[in-house]
Design a protein around this ligand. Structure first.
Ligand code: GRG
Length: 282
């Protein structure tokens, strides 16, 4: 656990300093939006998604620093989703990570635009990643496809729509599964895959990481539901109870770790990150 904490702190610092570089404004007028963007991104949370991206790149054989722009991109997409999720028309939250939410600190229009700017900046950063030696434009196009699909109507936005507008008092298992796998697991899985694709992982490695990302992503949302029962939201532990939630997260984490066998002894950090999904405190 000590090793994992050191690893998480090391990468959180590197990701934060890369984000600081990418989120600097170039003049006084754009500083207005960049100020709101930085407010949304710093000090930030666990940086779990970008840490997955650098780790899967490394396990597939390249220097993880080479995928930092893409790692930061997935964090920006995550940040955008939180800013928009907090809006009065969605979850209507006043606080996030013990700070006023973006619409409460600035105003609603600025919060919408901040989310828009975060999402578009993410794709600018993925494109920028092609400037790094060894990262071909072909790989970049593949990553753009993976990340946009996971974020949009067939991924996170689709999951959010189902969670916000399709939920009634009676939840079918199919709907609960759809919400968890789209709202949360899709971006987590894409964060893992992006690193692997940029690293040029083999088909076998990519398939293993697809399965890993899907399982830890689903487990991540069940664990989140066990921490926090939110009004008007589908909550796994509320619906199925704590016992089943614990059983399901443990099974998913075991299955995720099994899919790492293909990496032999290199699998250690991804395996610890899978455990972290359920042992984390927030
Ligand atoms: C608005 C398009 C759109 C989507 C919103 C992400 C999301 C979908 C809603 C936020 C609320 C929520 C419970 C989302 C599930 C994803 C999740 C568990 C977010 C929290 O992620 P962490 O724990 O947060 O990685 P930190 O603070 O560490 O970054």
């Amino acid at each position: 656990m000590d090793n994992l904490n050191k690893y998480l702190n090391y990468w959180k610092k590197r990701i934060d300093s890369a984000l600081k570089r990418y989120l600097a404004s170039s003049d006084n007028l754009s500083e207005v939006i960049y100020k709101a963007i930085r407010y949304a991104v710093f000090p930030g949370g666990k940086r779990f998604r970008p840490i997955l991206t650098v780790t899967s790149a490394e396990i597939c054989g390249i220097d993880p620093n080479k995928v930092l722009p893409t790692a930061c991109a997935v964090e920006l997409i995550h940040s955008y989703s939180l800013v928009h999720d907090d809006l009065p028309s969605m979850d209507n939250d006043d606080y996030r990570r013990d700070k006023l939410t973006v619409h409460r600190k600035f105003n609603e229009g600025m919060a919408i635009l901040t989310g828009d700017a975060l999402l578009t900046k993410a794709f600018e950063l993925i494109a920028e990643n092609s400037k790094i030696t060894g990262i071909s434009e072909k790989k970049i196009v593949e990553v753009i496809k993976i990340v946009s699909n996971a974020s949009g109507a067939d991924g996170m936005v689709g999951g959010q729509v189902a969670d916000t507008f399709l939920v009634s008092k009676t939840h079918t298992d199919k709907l609960v599964n759809y919400i968890h796998s789209h709202k949360t697991a899709a971006l987590i899985k894409a964060s893992v895959l992006a690193g692997a694709v940029l690293a040029g992982g083999s088909e076998k490695e990519i398939n293993a990481l697809k399965n890993y990302g899907e399982k830890i992503g689903f487990a991540f949302q069940i664990a989140d539901d066990m921490f926090d029962v939110k009004k008007d939201r589908v909550n796994y532990s509320d619906i199925y109870g704590t016992k089943k939630s614990e059983r399901d997260t443990n099974r998913l984490i075991d299955e995720a770790k099994k899919s790492l066998e293909v990496f032999g002894s290199k699998k250690e950090i991804l395996s610890l990150l899978a455990d972290y999904v359920v042992t984390r405190k927030n």
